[in-house]
Design a protein around this ligand. Structure first.
Ligand SMILES: C[S@@+](CC[C@H](N)C(=O)[O-])C[C@H]1O[C@@H](n2cnc3c(N)ncnc32)[C@H](O)[C@@H]1O
Length: 227
């Protein structure tokens, strides 16, 4: 794995947030769901508890639950300070304020950790990373990717984005990515080149407005499916 735990902030979202970010309906789960870069989100734990086939892939799944919780606690205060220092960047509709945001992130982490050891043994949490995933072609009906692609556009190149979306399209029949903003709340420069590359390879993409916004202006996802 090319990533170390001290390079990432293991803040995860809940299933309810995923449902809103990706406009998920019950029929979207029918072919199995992959959460790519799922980290400590509780989406897969909550989905599988309801009897759905859900799998998360992330490089941090080589670490223990103790390590992941410790990293969360080590980064929580500085994350909160950054949020408080940039009030213009956030909307407080889903989360009431920065303290509520932290409480919700901690709740998602605990929900994830409660499922983690058992989920590792059940192959629900798989260590792996873009741009090359350890799954056969067409393994999932849907792949979602939250707060990784496009968000880290300064760190991850256009070529990495194209390769990663191509890989997600290989393993799933449909792919949804949220948000389309960078960490600076600016539209990602990689969205248009990714869409052009995928279209040339027979995929259709659309930008869809969703009922979730935390980063100001960040209420859109990219939806990609086979033409
Ligand atoms: C900001 S977290 C988002 C977690 C989760 N998707 C959510 O929205 O709650 C980003 C995650 O991406 C993972 N990650 C980093 N590089 C990755 C890669 N190349 N492929 C897959 N996941 C990666 C990190 O380990 C981290 O867990």
């Amino acid at each position: 794995m090319g990533i170390h735990l001290d390079q990432i902030v293991p803040w995860g979202r809940s299933r309810n947030e995923y449902d809103l970010m990706f406009r998920l309906a019950a029929r979207d789960m029918s072919g199995g769901v992959l959460d790519c870069g799922g980290g400590p989100a509780s989406f897969t734990a909550e989905l599988s508890a309801c009897g759905n086939r859900a799998v998360s892939v992330d490089p941090i799944y080589v670490y223990s639950s103790t390590d992941i919780r410790a990293r969360f606690e080590a980064t929580a205060e500085s994350m909160l300070s950054q949020v408080r220092a940039t009030p213009g960047d956030w909307t407080w509709r889903y989360h009431r304020d920065p303290e509520d945001l932290l409480a919700n992130r901690r709740a998602a982490l605990e929900r994830f950790l409660a499922d983690y050891e058992h989920g590792l043994r059940s192959r629900r949490y798989i260590p792996g990373e873009l741009p090359s995933l350890p799954f056969a072609s067409g393994s999932f009906g849907l792949a979602v990717c939250s707060h990784l692609l496009f968000l880290y556009s300064d760190l991850l190149s256009e070529a990495f984005h194209i390769e990663s979306l191509r890989e997600l399209c290989r393993v799933a029949n449909e792919v949804r990515v949220f948000p389309l903003l960078t960490l600076h709340c600016e539209p990602s420069p990689h969205v248009a080149p990714v869409r052009s590359a995928l279209e040339a390879e027979g995929w259709t993409s659309e930008i869809v407005c969703v009922d979730y916004e935390l980063q100001r202006g960040g209420n859109q996802m990219l939806k990609v499916s086979r033409t």
